[in-house]
Design a protein around this ligand. Sequence first.
Ligand code: 5GP
Length: 208
Amino acid sequence: MKRKGIIIVVSGFSGVGKGTIMKSLTSRYDQYALSISATTRDPRPGEENGREYFFVSNEEFEKLIKEDGLIEYAGYVGHYYGTPRKFVEDKLNDGIDVILEIELQGALQIKKQYKDAMLLFVMPPSAEELEKRLTGRGTEDLDVIRKRLARANEEAVGIENYDYIVINDDLDECVEQVHSIIGAAHMSSDRNQEFIDTIRKELNDLVK
Ligand code: 5GP
């Protein structure tokens, strides 16, 4: 049976460490592809165009929307973020799982369009620890940090839309948990309807 790729949506509050978990997961296991989003925000020090994001202008982003080049997009703290369509569809067709590290609004759009997508939310061990991580990153000023904490507070309302939560306390442990959850998702009965039907038909033919 050919393994079908599924979309794995990963969300979590700003500063929770989603990026680090996903980088570690994709470098450890090669059955995952990480989608690179387009955004209109400025690159942070150390970020590269085409690696963390495709950094584009507002006009370029709006053109992508018009051309149906994005499978979802949302506004976040004053900027656009969106997932390019072609990469995701190509990988899924090749049987590769695609990870989208996106926020709640985008996650809900994906859930509507791709019924077998799996939604995962990364939690901090505590709110205090989250604030510490955001402040410690040292790449954003206090105003932005405050906006991101306010957004976290809003997003906390939507966590029940996700299928699973993981707690990012120990990085290695968290990466292994994410890998196991995805492995289990592949074995759910509703993601294997075709296989179930095939075996049923074979059995039926045998007893005829
Ligand atoms: P940051 O500016 O910290 O890199 O990202 C801000 C937020 O935007 C994060 O919650 C991140 O998951 C989300 N995000 C990144 N790319 C996308 C995307 O393509 N679509 C949506 N909806 N959210 C995204």
